[in-house]
Design a protein around this ligand. Structure first.
Ligand SMILES: [Fe+2]
Length: 355
């Protein structure tokens, strides 16, 4: 059985063609012999070889032209050129286009066997390398996908844990119950009206959900104190943006999510906390959450008073333009005023809207 490799021999001299064919057939190669160069693209799309042996001087197309054409669709197939001339220029061009070797007429038959054995071996190794490379690349792609899925799952679990923490924090007090969800809903209504892109809305959603997570680190009796807070208690409560930031810092969130948690109590005029940042230093998403947060604080019941009306909240926020709040975001709040209802602020599944 001829299984050492497939060889194509092209020579216009019948005697050389048959000599090479017979020699290689005896060596267990499968040989196809042609007397002229075939239509390259068409022929090689239907036939594949491990080595090509071609005369350099053929009627019509030269062996070098043929070599150039072959290189366009197969950069590695070994091509052995048979040459009768001693012209170095031809040989150099052939080397440039990747000729594997040369056989100078007259050549002993043993030369052709040795040269073909080497070239077929080289072809075999290259094919194996390529196969290995492709397998390796596929493996890398597959592993990367698996890793991404695992990471997403891990991230999703961490976020769910944090949501559970926020819910636990708010559930302990009837006055704050649902606060983060309402702030998220209103922030998204503002963000959508501003035509923020999907990524910003996703980050706005996450930041708004987590904006008060730092309150986990504040004593319950201070957070839920029904009477006026002392200065010391105020300063304790003011630590929650930084505590929140430290809690979520290990997670691979976009910077804007960290900004929201850290900046939602900053004022445009630089008198807020914790870092007294000014308007131009604040993330737009933080400015949105700051307004939604204040709106919910004004309209929610407190131990010492009933919740105020929507109009009252909007009037108060309006008064805070350029001091506490960003002018453009307040304008948007006023534009969507009619859409703000108890239903629109509570009937959303915040974690599922943008993900
Ligand atoms: Fe807060």
């Amino acid at each position: 059985m001829k299984n050492k490799g497939k060889i194509l021999v092209i020579d216009d001299e019948e005697i050389i063609r048959s000599l090479i064919s017979e020699t290689l057939s005896i060596e267990n190669y499968s040989v196809t012999a042609l007397d002229s160069i075939p239509e390259t693209t068409d022929y090689f799309s239907k036939n594949s070889f491990d080595t090509i042996i071609s005369d350099i001087n053929l009627p019509g197309k030269s062996g070098i032209e043929f070599l150039k054409e072959i290189r366009k669709f197969d950069e590695t197939i070994p091509v052995i050129l048979i040459t009768g001339s001693t012209e170095t220029e031809n040989l150099l061009t052939a080397i440039k286009y990747g000729a594997y070797d040369f056989l100078r007429k007259p050549f002993p038959l043993s030369d052709i066997i040795v040269t073909v054995n080497h070239s077929v071996q080289k072809r075999k190794l290259e094919k194996e390398n390529l196969k290995y490379k492709v397998t390796l690349e596929k493996m890398v792609v597959k592993r990367t996908e698996q890793l991404e899925i695992a990471n997403k799952k891990l991230e999703s679990n961490m976020i769910k844990t944090m949501l559970a923490m926020v819910n636990a924090l708010e559930a302990s007090d009837k006055y704050t119950r649902g606060h983060s969800e309402r702030v998220t809903a209103l922030s998204l209504m503002i963000g959508e009206k501003m035509k923020l892109d999907f990524k910003d809305l996703k980050n706005l959603q996450m930041g708004a959900v987590l904006h008060d997570i730092g309150k986990i680190g504040i004593y319950h009796n201070i957070l839920n104190k029904p009477t006026k807070l002392t200065d010391e208690e105020f300063s304790t409560i003011r630590k929650h943006p930084k505590i929140g930031y430290e809690i979520i810092r290990p997670i691979d969130f976009h910077q804007s999510v960290f900004d929201i948690v850290l900046q939602h109590h900053e004022f445009i005029d630089g008198t807020g906390y914790p870092n007294k940042l000014k308007g131009y230093q604040l993330n737009l998403l933080s400015k949105i959450v700051s307004i939604a947060d204040t709106y919910d604080a004004i309209t929610s019941d407190r131990p010492y008073r009933k919740g105020n009306s929507k109009q009252h909240a909007i009037d108060e926020i309006y008064k805070g333009i350029d001091k506490q709040f960003d002018r453009d975001v307040v304008k948007i709040l006023i534009e969507i005023k009619d859409d703000i209802t108890p239903d629109s602020l509570s009937n959303i599944n915040v974690i599922k809207k943008y993900k």
